[in-house]
Design a protein. Structure first.
Length: 334
């Protein structure tokens, strides 16, 4: 078989991304859970009275969900930076394309280093999952899954409900059987091979348990400093707003100094106060629909932060034009 060219790999990855329905939201990967919930609802409608031919679909679909989740999570972990990038590169050092092939792909920024690594990893058994995750997290995957708890329960201080996976041995066995059934159903007509309702249920259930366990591991590793609960999100948004205000204050002092030196202080102040009045009205209009609820501080802070960042950008551009000989202002992330 001919080796795929870098351009073909890039196009394949871009096409795969375009077919995904959901991405990350506040640290959680929702497409896998959403798709598995849809499979669960469909299976519940069939129950034990469905056409047996339809049951054959579920192991194939469940493993397809798991494969997408695997590739996305591997890429996400690797792209989070050291030490995960180095561990990911070591996973595929014998399969990875040359630097001459990889660098143009990364330069175009359509795909990431994590995308390239995850594309190079095999996915055909529970062993594929174990090898990749053990290497990335530098821990025994089965032992971690056996102990991992719901991160939301831990963050909120609620009473522990125990591990997400009640029996890791049963989970591993169920995944192994689902991989085997998927291989048969995807590659053979297998007229004499039947799937029961219980086996279809096992496929969806074990993949769901595994996906939840992996996401919980992420909250203990690459997302350990990311807000999860509503309270944490509100606090984080408030801090980002205060940081933006501090940066804006520094830009304003410098801009006002330049305007004063150029004899434009009064004009600058008039425009600033006009913009501030507009900003106040805009924020009040945005806030009207959020009169109550625990999410209001988050949405309000996010709206104000975005407006401040835009103003900071405008001031930075103006300062650069007025004093182009000076070093440019350090920008802030948008």
């Amino acid at each position: 078989m001919a080796k795929a060219s870098p351009i073909n790999i890039e196009n394949e990855l871009i096409d795969a991304k375009s077919r995904r329905g959901f991405g990350f939201a506040e640290g959680a990967y929702y497409e896998a859970i959403s798709r598995l919930a849809s499979l669960d609802r469909s299976l519940a409608k069939l129950k034990n009275n469905g056409d047996k031919e339809l049951y054959r679909y579920f192991p194939v679909a469940a493993i397809a969900v798991l494969e997408t989740h695997f590739k996305v999570i591997v890429a996400t972990v690797i792209d989070s930076g050291p030490p995960y990038l180095e561990r990911g590169l070591n996973l595929v050092r014998d399969k990875l394309m040359s630097a001459a092939d990889a660098l143009p792909l990364l330069h175009r920024k359509n795909i990431s280093a994590g995308d390239i690594v995850s594309h190079s990893l095999p996915f055909n058994s529970i062993a594929s999952l174990e090898r990749a995750y053990c290497a990335l997290f530098d821990k025994d995957l089965k032992n971690v899954v056996q102990q991992i708890e719901d991160p939301y329960v831990i963050r909120t201080g609620l009473e522990s409900r125990g591990p997400i996976v009640p029996d890791v041995i049963t989970l591993w066995a169920g995944l192994a059987r689902t991989f085997e059934r998927r291989h048969i159903l995807a590659h053979e007509s297998a007229e004499q091979f039947s799937i029961s309702y219980e086996e279809s249920r096992e496929a969806v259930t074990c993949v769901t348990e595994f996906v939840k366990a992996i996401d919980a591991i992420l909250w203990e590793t690459i997302w350990k400093d990311r807000p999860l609960t509503q309270y944490e999100m509100n606090v984080s948004a408030g801090k980002e707003l205060r940081d933006a205000r501090d940066v804006l204050a520094a830009r304003m002092r410098k801009a006002l100094k330049i305007a004063t030196e150029d004899g434009q202080r009064a004009r600058f102040r008039r425009m600033h106060f006009s913009r501030r009045a507009y900003f106040k009205q805009w924020i009040e209009w945005q806030d009207e629909q959020f009169t109550a609820g625990s999410i209001r501080p988050l949405l309000t802070a996010n709206g104000r932060t975005l407006a401040l960042k835009c103003y900071i950008k405008e001031l930075s551009n103006w300062i650069g034009q007025m004093r182009f000989e000076e070093p440019p202002e350090e920008d802030i992330d948008f």
